[in-house]
Ligand binder design. Structure first.
Ligand SMILES: C[S@@+](CC[C@H](N)C(=O)[O-])C[C@H]1O[C@@H](n2cnc3c(N)ncnc32)[C@H](O)[C@@H]1O
Length: 640
């Protein structure tokens, strides 16, 4: 029988701000069941996590986690509840989030094969591109507001007493989110509404003014929040009267010479105000060193101002909509500790690659002591950059979102096959089947009691659905889930009425359709994984690792080419490979990236043949190959 998952829960405080914005189905998140996180890999090129002496300045860190940067792959609602339960409650000094904007767009990341031009013989933009949906940004208004409400409540519980949250919004939902922020963080803790003006969007054909700004709302947790002034260069020096601090008056006053005349000075910098004029990263595309091909990527300079103004070196910075990783990249460059999260695999890979590059550059320049550093290719380096807070990071998966088929795609597929009417307006159930409500269990794990508990909580919170039956679609079911169900269904049949003849107990029968157990459905889940062949041998003091071939049926399918045509057009399999990472001493569970081959330029290929120093004893080598769509193949070679 499957092991029972121990149940851990968190409780949250109620939001107290007034007035209140309301929507259909609004409910405060009062608590959550906490799910475990599984380590995926660590990046520790300097071996700092293996050192025996405890790391300095990390005594406040959660004992459950390595003293490194942390990246979580999964839904941030799960990740935030997990962080609260695992020792990060009130530990975060600065939160910056840039959530989906409810803009009605599907963000698409353009993926190009390496070194391949004009594969399909099409001129211009579309050549040899595979488009991968990054995330779906189409929401029903109410579902979006509830989505943000849940996350903003969880985030508040992570903030330290002198911490701050910066929420990036745009003109679509900004006014609603400001109300939510007042409700949760309280109007008296509002600090600034920052206008980021990017001035480079020419939108020729709009009926109205071109939209050239978005807004960042800054709220502090309490009255004593961290604030550092941020200086920005002026286009040309400005002459102004010199200001000095007057002890008697307790304020800045104009300085005067012996004759009482005002003293003037040339100012080359000014204190940043609440309008930030910074060009968009994506506009300069290929020219911009920091551009990672992520559609909503924010400029590092925006994050520099956020991080410098509201945190100090060594502080913990969190972004749970991390995207291409701008926040954590800048936090790393500015000597802060950081935690990032995203549910998109492409985002986790982009962020991970970006951080690897920065840390490697910091290592080249620090000689281990952090004296000088590099890696500032996006923003201007500060005059005295603080030393890196860490030179390592670890990646965790929450809720096993490592999907071979994206959850959304799977939902579409299941709905079509079974005849489920898919609902985009319900924030919890995925659709209906006749009169029944349908919940699809994420396709990466079998049905567990946790999934059933979630349905139970939802039914309790949502009145008016007392009689409806529920269908749960899943890929396999744990034995303890079946027990849970039996118990539930046995007692659902009884309806008790109170004195006013209102039902006290409800009939919400839950039926489970196990797609794996049913031969009618298992066919459409067939999936062709990518494959690789790798050799490893010892040559004297060295290990030689050679990738001989790699093939991704999904890439070929996405390019809508058949395999023969593909091979004729793409002579080198390496064009399909985004990165290769090596762990020459693999422990069988956590991948420690010791060497990585991630060409920075799109047209450069990975090398494919690697030599590393050989350990004295026979060793297990792990090779992780990630293709241009983000699919990973892990090869393990023992006893080399
Ligand atoms: C606007 S983008 C962030 C871009 C980022 N600021 C940057 O500079 O690259 C929003 C991100 O939130 C992620 N996201 C959306 N819903 C999420 C959820 N429930 N949990 C975690 N990440 C989520 C998306 O995958 C996307 O990467």
């Amino acid at each position: 029988m499957a092991e029972k998952t121990p149940k851990e829960e968190i409780k949250l405080e109620e939001a107290k701000g007034r007035p209140l914005l309301t929507w259909i189905g609004k409910r405060p998140l009062s608590g959550m069941v906490v799910r475990p996180a599984q380590p995926m890999h660590i990046f520790d090129p300097n071996g700092e996590l293996k050192a025996e002496a405890p790391r300095q300045n990390w005594s406040d860190w959660s004992p459950h986690y390595p003293t490194s940067g942390l990246l979580f792959f999964g839904d941030n609602k799960e990740a935030l509840a997990h962080l609260i339960a695992k020792g990060f409650r009130h530990k975060v000094k600065l939160i910056y989030i840039d959530p989906p904007f409810d803009s009605g767009a599907d963000y698409v990341r353009k993926v190009q094969l390496r070194g391949v031009k004009n594969l399909l013989g099409i001129e211009g933009e579309g050549q040899s591109l595979v488009e991968q949906t990054q995330y779906n940004d189409i929401w029903n208004n109410d579902a979006y507001l509830q989505f943000m409400y849940d996350r903003l409540l969880l985030l508040k519980d992570l903030l330290a007493e002198d911490g701050s949250i910066f929420l990036h919004v745009d003109e679509h939902r900004g006014h609603f989110l400001r109300c939510l922020m007042d409700e949760i963080y309280l109007p008296e803790n509002f600090v600034n509404e920052i206008v980021w003006y990017y001035s480079d969007n020419f939108q020729g054909n709009v009926r109205g003014f071109a939209n050239n700004h978005s807004t960042i709302l800054w709220y502090a947790k309490g009255a004593k929040y961290i604030y550092n002034k941020v200086l920005i260069p002026l286009d040309k020096p400005v002459k102004r009267d010199k200001r000095v601090w007057s002890k008697d008056e307790g304020k800045l006053v104009s300085a005067r010479d012996e004759d009482g005349k005002l003293i003037y000075e040339d100012y080359e910098e000014k204190k940043a105000d609440d309008v930030w004029i910074i060009g968009q990263t994506a506009v300069t595309k290929e020219q911009s060193k920091e551009y990672k091909g992520y559609p909503t990527q924010k400029p590092e300079e925006v994050l520099r101002r956020v991080i410098e103004s509201a945190s100090n070196p060594g502080d913990l910075v969190l972004d749970c909509f991390v995207g291409s990783g701008t926040t954590v990249a800048v936090a790393q460059k500015l000597g802060r500790r950081w935690i990032g999260c995203d549910l998109n695999k492409g985002a986790i890979q982009t962020t991970s690659k970006r951080l690897q590059t920065i840390i490697q550059k910091q290592l080249e320049k620090t000689n281990g002591n952090g004296a000088t550093q590099n890696g500032f290719d996006g923003m201007e380096p500060p005059k005295q950059p603080p030393p890196p807070a860490q030179l390592s990071f670890a990646v965790y998966r929450i809720n096993n979102y490592d999907l071979q088929i994206q959850h959304n795609e799977a939902i579409e597929l299941v709905c079509q096959q079974i005849g489920v009417t898919h609902s985009k307006t319900d924030s919890f159930f995925d659709g209906t089947l006749g009169n029944k409500l349908v919940k699809i269990v994420p396709v990466d794990h079998p049905l567990t009691p946790l999934d059933l508990e979630a349905v139970k909580r939802e039914l309790e919170a949502r009145r008016g659905e007392e009689q409806r039956a529920i269908v749960m679609l899943c890929l396999g079911a744990q034995a303890d889930a079946k027990e849970w169900l039996e118990h539930w269904n046995k007692f659902r049949g009884i309806v008790k009425l109170d004195e006013g003849n209102q039902p006290l107990e409800f009939v919400n029968k839950i039926e489970v359709v196990d797609l794996y157990g049913d031969s009618k459905y298992s066919g459409f889940l067939a999936y062709d994984p990518a494959e690789a062949e790798v050799k490893a041998e010892r040559q004297g003091e060295k290990l030689k690792i050679t990738i001989t071939t790699f093939i991704s049926p999904t890439i070929i399918k996405r390019l809508k080419l058949d395999a023969n045509l593909f091979q004729a057009r793409i002579s080198d399999w390496r064009s399909m490979v985004n990165s290769v990472e090596l762990d020459p001493d693999y422990n069988g569970s956590v991948f420690n990236v010791v060497f990585s081959d991630i060409p920075e330029k799109k047209n450069d290929l990975i090398v494919g043949v690697y030599e590393l120093p050989a350990p004295a004893q026979p060793t297990t080598i792990a090779i992780r190959i990630t293709d241009m769509l983000g699919e990973e193949v892990l090869k393990v070679i023992e006893n080399v």
